[in-house]
Ligand binder design. Structure first.
Ligand code: SF4
Length: 336
């Protein structure tokens, strides 16, 4: 299969129906042994220092990996992708734009999916067939999510990793399915996490320091039991068609869709506090104002830039936040 880079979660079923192997450039970046290398490639080619690390990293991965075709999401993700696409074109890459509709509307979604399918030389009917084939893998990802918050047998890091990987199924959805089934089988044999642990919801874009963040939270008596965006990547509301599936997917739309989804999960998952991650130089950071005013749960906002590890400052803030929640749980009237 011919590889195609993707800049965020896209209707992967259409790409598979067209005979492509989607590669989520974000996943390549964060799982690389030395992700800074990719950011440096972008900066050497002229990307400004005050440009988001994810954008620079995606560019670096594209240039380094030899991927020639790139599906760039120009609406519903990041405005920087438009300029990233222009630079990739200049460098000789074949870029294909894809725009999510302005608002969640199944009819408009149907139209853009048809258009994407025609551009890639396939049909929506073929993509619907792929949707059915891929569904067991998506169902397993959602099962793992349940094992995280309901059965308390899966770590926040595992949850993040497997849900986030549904954007491209690590390049092979059957292998993904098999490996995830093995993990689920093993995890059901595990001991429960302690019932007195602090339950954290993680909202916002995936962080550049995820590998260290989740274990650090667990080391301090807490666990992430809700990864908002990552869960959305797994398509928790698949509906009856591809158009419905990607209409119910909240990530590309307004902050109100995100908030409605977050609020409906907070109570169900008995969340004690939220960590909102924002990326330096990202427009989504401004949304923190809205999140804080609309979500009535203790919230810590963490910003990350180009450090792919937790620095001392971030560690101290996490510890102080967890300490505050713990004291609040013990004496809710004393600590507000
Ligand atoms: S973190 Fe923000 S600026 Fe960076 S790629 Fe994502 S949406 Fe764009």
């Amino acid at each position: 299969m011919k590889k195609i880079g993707i800049t965020t979660t896209v209707p992967v079923e259409v790409l598979l129906a067209a005979g492509y192997q989607p590669i989520d450039l974000n996943n390549v970046l964060v799982s690389a042994p030395d992700p800074t290398k990719y950011v440096t490639i972008a900066e050497r080619d002229g990307f400004p220092l005050n440009c988001c690390t994810w954008i620079k990293g995606l560019y670096g991965v594209c240039m380094d990996s030899g991927i020639n075709d790139v599906l760039c999401v120009t609406n519903g993700d990041c405005t920087n992708t438009i300029m990233l696409m222009e630079v990739l074109k200049l460098k000789g890459k074949n870029t294909i734009p894809f725009a999510y509709p302005e608002r969640p509307d199944a009819e408009q979604m149907d139209y853009v999916l048809e258009k994407l399918a025609a551009t890639l030389g396939t049909t929506l009917q073929a993509a619907e067939k792929v949707r059915r084939k891929v569904k067991p893998a998506r169902d397993l990802a959602l099962k793992l999510d349940e094992l995280t918050w309901k059965d308390n047998k899966v770590s926040g890091w595992e949850n993040n990793l497997w849900l986030i990987s549904t954007s491209d199924f690590n390049g092979d959805y059957l292998k993904y399915q098999k490996e995830l089934q093995e993990l689920i089988d093993k995890s059901t044999q595990r001991q429960h996490y302690p019932s007195q642990e602090i339950r954290i919801g993680y909202i916002g874009v995936p962080s550049v320091y995820a590998k260290e963040f989740y274990p650090y939270v667990e080391k301090h008596g807490a666990r992430v039991v809700f990864n908002e965006v990552q869960r959305q990547f797994a398509m928790p509301e698949p509906g009856g068609s591809l158009a419905e599936q990607y209409t119910n997917y909240t990530y590309p739309y307004s902050i109100n869709e995100h908030i409605a989804d977050i609020k409906s999960e907070l109570k169900k998952r008995r969340i004690d506090g939220i960590i909102h991650y924002v990326q330096a130089f990202c427009h989504r950071g401004i949304g923190d104002i809205v999140m804080r005013s609309m979500i009535k749960v203790p919230m810590l906002t963490l910003e990350g830039n180009a450090d792919f590890f937790l620095n001392g400052h971030v560690k101290t803030r996490i510890e102080a936040f967890l300490d505050m929640i713990e004291r609040r749980k013990i004496s809710p009237k004393v600590v507000k």
